[in-house]
Design a protein around this ligand. Structure first.
Ligand SMILES: NC(=O)c1ccc[n+]([C@@H]2O[C@H](COP(=O)([O-])OP(=O)(O)OC[C@H]3O[C@@H](n4cnc5c(N)ncnc54)[C@H](OP(=O)(O)O)[C@@H]3O)[C@@H](O)[C@H]2O)c1
Length: 276
């Protein structure tokens, strides 16, 4: 039953909570000096750009990769260019034990985790009537299980520390039905992680923020394939895919003290695709 006006005037212990002790200068708010960030799917594409953004802002970065060992050279180059600490970890996010032990190793190597970006994903874009059950399960294992495992084990670290910040890469495919290629399973996985992330924002309210980034088409290996490319240009009101440099600012905002009042948000960055 809803509370009455009288019930609502009762002052609750501990409220309002204090404002955060963060800089008022906005450029200072965006700095990540000394913070420790983990990015999955970090070798290239969106995760590669996010790793760069965090290194440029002064964070130490743990780059998780699965098959693309360009992450090793990328970690070395970010460390030498920006004078920060980095390391690359080979982790299949669909393997819970691998995720748990890699996160424990990051804590050993870096001392803590301030920011965790659950970005790894994959798609097998087919109608369900043409998709095998193995293909369905594969997408769930990376896009859903992988995000859940990362959140669970990073969340344990955040709770222990009393602070943390989880950012999940979902997709506009969790909001709308992409055209012209039918890909119901991928779309469903992204809807799951969007609602999962919002729910964690409440569950972890005492110690961590959780936000979701929902990109439209970006020019990466997972961007629009040949059969979707022209339609991606037509649907986005900006008439093109995004360049990964255009997503760095949003991930930096969410990781930084510029966003201390932002939690449970799902931010679209899609060149206006969902408007049409
Ligand atoms: N590009 C787009 O248009 C777009 C739009 C909306 C959402 N997204 C989402 O953005 C995220 C990044 O994609 P992207 O566009 O940057 O494409 P990408 O460069 O192909 O990145 C996908 C990443 O996921 C990693 N990955 C796949 N399976 C994995 C596994 N089992 N364990 C660990 N990592 C695994 C890959 O790692 P390895 O290469 O090391 O194997 C790769 O780095 C994905 O979640 C994707 O769904 C992309």
């Amino acid at each position: 039953m809803s509370m009455s006006v009288d019930d609502c005037t009762t002052i609750r212990d501990g409220f309002p909570r204090p404002f955060p002790n963060t800089p008022t200068n906005v450029i200072e708010q965006f700095k990540l000096n000394g913070r420790v960030a983990v990015v999955t799917g970090a070798a290239e594409g969106i995760g590669g750009a996010v790793s760069e953004a965090y290194a440029e802002a002064g964070a130490h970065v743990a780059l998780f990769y699965n098959s693309n060992d360009a992450a090793i050279a990328k970690a070395e180059s970010l460390a030498s260019t920006h004078g920060i600490k980095t390391n690359a970890y080979k982790v299949d996010v669909s393997n819970a034990e691998a995720v748990q032990s890699a996160i424990a190793q990051v804590v050993k190597d870096f001392g803590r985790i301030d920011i965790f970006v659950a970005n790894a994903g994959m798609s097998i874009s087919k109608p369900i009537l043409e998709q095998t059950l193995d293909e369905y399960k594969k997408q769930l294992s990376v896009n859903v299980d992988g995000v859940v495992y990362c959140a669970k084990y990073a969340g344990e670290v955040f709770k222990r520390q009393g602070t943390g910040n989880l950012i999940i890469t979902a997709s506009i495919s969790g909001h709308i039905v992409n055209v012209p290629v039918d890909q119901p399973v991928y779309n469903g996985t992204k809807a799951f992680v969007t609602q999962f992330g919002k729910s964690l924002a409440r569950e972890w309210r005492e110690f961590a923020r959780v936000n979701i980034v929902s990109p439209g088409f970006f020019d990466t290996k997972m961007g629009a394939g040949p059969s979707a490319l022209n339609e991606a240009y037509r649907m986005a009101v900006l008439g093109r895919q995004g360049h990964v440099k255009e997503i760095k600012g949003l991930f930096l905002y969410l990781a930084s003290d510029a966003s201390t009042y932002t939690t449970g948000s799902d931010i679209l960055i899609d060149g206006g695709y969902v408007l049409t």
